[in-house]
Design a binder for this molecule. Structure first.
Ligand SMILES: [Zn+2]
Ligand SMILES: [Zn+2]
Length: 102
């Protein structure tokens, strides 16, 4: 059998590899606000909406752990992202073989 070598090389060069991975993307339902659409977030009572709390012992500013630095508390958490503000999304990416070897 005679193999056309040019054709074989060409086919390998154009081959694509598909990789799958998970990526955190901003929730499109709440647009990252973590709040349900028919609700409005509450101002965090612990930091008064600043997201920063003053450490009383060291007199240092630190991220408010009540609202995790957001400055707001969810009244009704977004159902799509469970109040996280982002969702895990399966990403499919095709990589051309020629880009891998170059
Ligand atoms: Zn959401
Ligand atoms: Zn807070």
């Amino acid at each position: 059998m005679k193999v056309d070598l040019n054709k074989v090389i060409y086919a390998e060069k154009d081959a694509t590899y598909t990789i799958n991975y998970e990526q955190n993307t901003v929730c499109t339902t709440c647009e990252g606000s973590r709040e349900a659409r028919d609700s409005a977030p509450l101002e965090c009572y612990a930091c008064k909406g600043t997201g920063i709390k003053l450490d009383s012992l060291f007199q240092r500013e630190q991220r408010c752990n009540t609202c995790k630095g957001f400055g707001t508390l969810t009244k009704k958490a977004c159902k799509t992202c469970n109040g996280e503000g982002f969702v895990k999304q399966q990403v499919k990416k095709e990589i051309e073989f020629s880009k891998l070897i170059n």
